[in-house]
Write a protein that binds this ligand. Sequence first.
Ligand SMILES: CC(C)(COP(=O)(O)OP(=O)(O)OC[C@H]1O[C@@H](n2cnc3c(N)ncnc32)[C@H](O)[C@@H]1OP(=O)(O)O)[C@@H](O)C(=O)NCCC(=O)NCCS
Length: 279
Amino acid sequence: MQNKTNNLVIRATDDMADLEKITDLQIEVWGFPPREAIPAHLMKSIGKGPCKPIIAELGDELVGFIYAFNSQNNKELYVHMIGVHPGYRSNHIGVGLIVAQKETAEKQGIETISWTYDPLEGANSNLYVRKIGGIVEGDYLRDNYGDQPGRNEGLPSDRFVLKARMQNIGRNRKSLNTKTFEELKRLQIPFALKARLENGLQVCEDYAIIDRGEVLVEIPRDFVGEIKPKDMDQAIKWRAVTGDLFETYFARGYFATDFFSVKNQNRERRNFYLLERQN
Ligand SMILES: CC(C)(COP(=O)(O)OP(=O)(O)OC[C@H]1O[C@@H](n2cnc3c(N)ncnc32)[C@H](O)[C@@H]1OP(=O)(O)O)[C@@H](O)C(=O)NCCC(=O)NCCS
């Protein structure tokens, strides 16, 4: 199969025509009504230094972007949005954008890139925690934005706060060499939460409090694309149970330090966070 992204170009921009395309892509990626998207003129005004938007393009087509704000202490950059066109996902464009953001940020003395994201979105966790090496250091935000239209509609907008410290980006993780569920089980880490299959859908069970240094927490293989459209009650249950679980473990001193996305015997994906006690 031909690689869709052979001629990919990643670059920073403050050109108004590029910024207009970012606004359009936001609407496509998140399903926002237009008033929810960040307008080009705002990106132009704020987008200086490491906050200049970075885009990924194939010819004239904008296929991805990342957009960050400076935090108040000048050592931390806050990524407000990263989006890749649905037709080009899982081609390493997301990781390319974050690495480009890291390189520009490092030159400005930034030590940490942080962002918030939905803990139940597997592709995001895979990219931010497994591929980049970000860590969720115990911060869980309940219903951070209220009920948003589009991709998140109908669910509390709970978010993880993730920090990718420069020295951790690219750090070694167990997940990088663990490809199958069998290999994951061989690590002998207990499961605090495991999904059960019911008519082909991953349903959420109650979680266990386990007094061990490491525990695994399963999340759906595709929360927004599969659980949400097929069974909204299940989606709400996943949100409620995992929200309680993360808050409970975080209060006991655990961080989310790794993410496993493995294949079972039927070649189906299964997604697990690793929670590690810090003391
Ligand atoms: C999150 C997002 C930016 C990732 O972009 P991307 O170009 O697909 O990222 P990458 O290809 O570098 O990495 C994604 C990884 O997740 C994997 N993945 C895809 N679907 C997955 C799923 N349901 N569960 C777990 N992992 C998944 C991909 O296979 C890839 O891993 P690999 O390189 O080991 O194969 C993109 O999915 C997106 O735009 N999502 C919607 C908007 C959003 O949620 N933005 C973030 C909040 S601001």
